[in-house]
Design a protein around this ligand. Structure first.
Ligand code: PLP
Length: 361
């Protein structure tokens, strides 16, 4: 048995690396060889271990499966273009957000430093799984769910944390073409007082039907609106949404129904550093329609770890189309996309201290 730090590692007998199609990576089709497991019992997170990736044994009455007491995170490890060193992008933010999600779901959170240590250990073991191409990465998915078998609706006494990793390429299959989005004016993703700000399983299960319906009408993605009136923009699927009106960039403020994206926060920081006015505030579909009609709505884009930054062509809301201008070489979304990836791949100085290195000995 090998060790990384003080975590025991059981290595797989036969790696799947050679059979993995690294030249045509999608998102989530392939997984790396190992996973990290850790259990919570008797009031503490115990015995973190890295083992070959395999099905988990779960009690059929596990509270996490029945009642959705389950949270997750998503972040990426990148290869440095010039130095080949492994870089995690703002893992402290993901660790803090996981703790906040745990808090909302009554799950005991691992300490942020502890979690980053576990992530780093797994990434070090899976180093050969990190693709090298610009824009490709090893996606890391920590997840915690209640494993105690019980029927009462109450917080569980036992949990499992699992971290899996997946080499990923571009998120959207139709990359290179701006997205066609439908504003969802009937279904609701998150209501005020609900769990919209937490990365918890139930938020996603509830979006499948509306997403499927929109996809069958030819849309790439949904724009979620506020739950009260379905009149204000909130999020684009699993991305935060941004609108460039004239020379100002606007994103919905974190009202409690919006997931506080790490990419969103990074975009706001970069825009401020570039001297571009960036505002977080409520923005209505009526205002967007008016700005589009007077040709002031220059850009619409989504931002999230999986897709980084993606331009949106248009949003259909009820019976009108809110259209951005066609993307151009000097679009802000393109500059953000390139800049974020340049930081993530170590091509420019990390002046914001966003990178944490993972060193393999
Ligand atoms: C994860 C997620 C985001 C994006 O967050 P990042 O930290 O930037 O990846 C946005 N919205 C929803 C609903 C999400 O689940």
């Amino acid at each position: 048995m090998a060790k990384t730090g003080n975590i025991p590692v059981t290595l797989i007998d036969k790696s799947a690396h050679a059979e993995t199609a690294f030249d045509s990576l999608g998102f989530g089709d392939a997984f790396s060889d190992h996973m990290l497991l850790c259990d919570w019992a008797d009031g503490e997170w115990k015995s973190p271990r890295i083992v070959p990736r395999e099905p988990l044994k779960v009690d059929p009455a596990a509270l996490g499966l029945h009642y959705g007491q389950s949270v997750f995170e998503g972040l990426k490890a990148y290869r440095g273009t010039a130095d080949n060193r492994i870089r995690l992008f703002r893992p402290d933010r993901n660790a803090q957000r996981l703790a906040a999600s745990c808090n909302r779901l009554c799950i005991p959170a691992p300490g942020p430093d502890q979690l980053i240590d576990w992530i780093s250990s797994l990434v070090a073991v899976e180093a050969k799984w990190i693709p090298e191409k610009f824009g490709e990465a090893l996606y890391i998915r920590p997840m915690i769910f209640a494993t105690e078998g019980h029927l009462a609706v109450r917080p569980a006494n036992q949990y499992t944390l699992v971290i899996v990793a997946a080499p990923v390429g571009q998120y959207f299959a139709q990359y290179g073409r701006p997205l066609r989005v439908k504003a969802e004016d009937r279904y609701t993703r998150a209501a005020s007082g609900g769990t919209g700000a937490a990365k918890t399983a139930g938020n996603y299960g509830a979006t499948l039907k509306p997403m499927f319906e929109a996809a069958s009408l030819g849309f790439d993605q949904l724009l979620w609106l506020d739950g009260d009136e379905h009149a204000f923009a909130e999020e684009a699927g699993q991305m935060n949404i941004f609108f460039r009106i004239g020379n100002e960039v606007i994103t919905p403020e974190l009202s409690g129904t919006i997931l506080p994206g790490v990419t969103r926060d990074s975009v706001l920081s970069l825009l401020k550093q570039w001297g571009i006015k960036a505002t977080a505030r409520r923005i209505s579909m009526a205002e967007l329609r008016k700005e589009a009609e007077s040709e002031n709505l220059l850009e619409i884009f989504g931002a999230g770890t999986a897709a980084v930054v993606v331009p949106v062509d248009s949003i259909q809301y009820q019976d009108f189309d809110i259209r951005a201008r066609p993307p151009s070489a000097n679009s802000i979304s393109q500059r953000l996309f390139q800049s974020l990836l340049a930081i993530q791949h170590g091509q420019v100085d990390d002046t914001n201290n966003w990178i944490q290195f993972v060193d393999t000995e």
